[in-house]
Design a protein around this ligand. Structure first.
Ligand code: NA7
Length: 541
């Protein structure tokens, strides 16, 4: 029999990345749940980013789920820093092990949704024509989902292949003998460069801003290390939540000025060889908060570049001038060494920007280049991009895109004033990628699920936040950012990676314990910053 009207669910989850998968698992225990996913598989970021060299920069024993003890005991990571295929395998394993796929509709992105203020329910529409109605929506849409593809004219003229790094084919791509352009030197470009350099006939790397990068500490996972971790896993997960970045990386208490230049150098050499990503950023307690201290570490890193790269002109072009860590610190396997190869050319796309695609390749303001393949490692319309691509309409007719026209506003990164019953995981103004995102995502999902369950038990039909609460949270976010060196560089953290993009600092960098304290206290304080509306009383028969 044909069904009349929309399908009914308690919860819609948008996105089957790591947070979305856990949201399905957690919520479906007491609710009917449907999840819509753009891709044809699970894993989110680790489904889309298959480019050569794609690898996590946090140790895998940390960057994994903690919600199920048997899972974390039984799963074996092959390496310290897992490559994309291992992360995608893990996401698939979790989806199968916990029987999550039956809740997921793949290749079926949410296109629009509207909150009905009379029924206090969301109407969610998808590309495949699904229309579902649900009380709650959890947007686990990913901070790094919407690709940034610069709008240079002439793309249709180019006779070769152009692709963004998120569009890498599943079966891989043979670049042997090809003339390749790689544009961008963020984490993606830094990881991809050495591998593409080994394959391509010639690689031109177009650099607008140079990258700081540390040698990757990747190696096969030591069984003793693994056993030791697993012996204390549950306790370690708790400890992580009490650290600034949800990671048990060592944070020293001494500052740069506490050490002699010889001691500084010794500490920095140890950090460089530590096999821990980010160790340079935490080599001293004040690297990220004191520009003078940061300058010492930055100069050490520049000297490393100068010592590795043989051509002094290329070395100087590769030397960043902004504070180290202000943009994501790269993690590489031979990035700087690549520039000693005869088949790699560094192109200064700052002094001579790319202006157009041509039939044969790319044109900058001072030259034309010929390529077979052009790879855009140009990053993302980060943090807000995925949400802004869905037409999300609140009860008053305003859309999220309109509301965020001057930049994102949220309360605790979780809710947007004017959009009731819509929760975000890793939303704008959460710690986001400044925290270890799987464990942090689990925490946010649990916090959200606890709220939903609590409100339902109390007969609350609608929860929303207020512009005042958003303003208060914006002050916290900006105050935290002002304490750090992050705003001294243009990056996706502060919405300055894309020309014309508006918004201030997009991430809460006050540390995860402060973030969770604010979230927990808001609820414990009687849903401070939220407005609750009870279910209308049912009229007596
Ligand atoms: P990022 O870090 O945003 O890097 C994008 C790179 O692309 C960066 O070097 C940009 O230069 C460059 N870019 C962007 N637009 C252009 C144009 N128009 N011309 C030349 N170069 C351009 O993205 P990633 O994918 O590398 O990493 C994202 C996150 O994934 C990373 O932070 C980790 O958290 C994991 P710019 O620096 O803006 O001058």
């Amino acid at each position: 029999m044909a069904q009349d009207g929309p399908e009914q669910f308690d919860v819609v989850v948008i996105g089957a990345g790591f947070s979305g998968l856990y949201a399905i698992h957690r919520l479906r225990q007491q609710h009917s749940v449907v999840c819509f996913e753009t891709g044809d598989g699970v894993g989110g970021t680790w489904y889309w980013n298959r480019y050569p060299g794609a690898r996590v920069d946090i140790i895998s024993v940390e960057y994994s789920y903690g919600f199920d003890e048997a899972l974390q005991q039984e799963w074996r990571w092959p390496e310290y820093f897992s490559a994309q295929p291992a992360l995608e395998d893990y996401a698939n394993h979790v989806a199968d092990r916990f029987d999550l796929r039956k809740h997921i509709r793949f290749s079926n992105p949410v296109t629009r949704m509207r909150f009905d203020g009379k029924t206090n329910r969301w109407h969610v529409h998808t590309a495949n024509g699904d229309h579902v109605e649900a009380r709650w929506v959890i947007a686990a849409t990913g901070a790094l989902h919407a690709p940034n593809e610069p709008a240079w004219p002439g793309r249709e003229l180019f006779k070769g292949q152009v692709l963004h790094t998120t569009q890498w084919p599943r079966e891989g791509m043979d670049l042997t003998g090809k003339r390749v352009a790689l544009i961008g030197t963020g984490s993606t470009g830094v990881q991809a460069t050495p591998i593409i350099a080994e394959q391509a006939a010639h690689l031109h790397l177009f650099q607008r801003t140079p990258a700081y990068s540390m040698p990757s500490g990747n190696r096969p996972l030591d069984p003793e290390f693994e056993a030791e971790w697993k012996a204390n896993y549950a306790e370690r997960r708790q400890q992580m939540l009490h650290t600034w970045g949800v990671s048990l990386i060592d944070y020293p208490t001494y500052c740069v000025a506490d050490c002699t230049p010889e001691q500084q150098n010794e500490i920095l050499e140890a950090a460089w060889h530590s096999k821990n990503a980010f160790q340079l950023m935490v080599a001293f307690a004040d690297v990220m908060v004191n520009p003078a201290a940061n300058a010492v570490v930055a100069e050490f890193a520049r000297n490393k570049i100068r010592s590795i790269v043989k051509d002094p002109k290329t070395a100087e072009l590769l030397c960043p001038t902004y504070p180290i860590g202000a943009k994501r610190l790269g993690n590489d396997k031979g990035y700087y060494e690549s520039f000693n190869r005869d088949n790699v050319t560094l192109v200064d796309a700052k002094s001579a920007p790319i202006v157009a695609f041509t039939e044969k390749g790319l044109r900058t303001t001072d030259a034309e280049y010929e390529f077979d393949v052009i790879i855009l490692a140009t990053g993302f319309d980060a943090v807000t991009g995925a949400m802004s691509r869905i037409a999300i309409e609140g009860p008053d007719g305003q859309t999220v895109t309109e509301k965020w026209s001057e930049g994102p506003t949220t309360y605790l990164g979780a809710m947007i004033a004017g959009f009731p019953n819509l929760f975000m995981i890793h939303g704008p103004l959460t710690p986001g990628a400044q925290a270890q995102m799987i464990t942090a995502g689990e925490w946010q999902v649990n916090w959200t699920a606890d709220i939903i369950e609590d409100l339902e038990s109390r007969g609350v039909a609608r929860i929303e936040t207020t512009p005042e609460a958003e303003q208060w949270w914006a002050q916290q976010v900006n105050a935290a950012a002002a304490m750090t060196v992050h705003n001294l560089a243009d990056s996706w953290y502060n919405a300055k990676n894309i020309e014309g993009k508006k918004g201030g600092f997009m991430i809460y960098v006050g540390g995860f314990p402060e973030y969770t304290r604010a979230c927990t206290e808001a609820v414990a304080g009687g849903y401070r910053g939220f407005v609750l509306t009870p279910e209308p009383a049912t009229a007596p028969a």
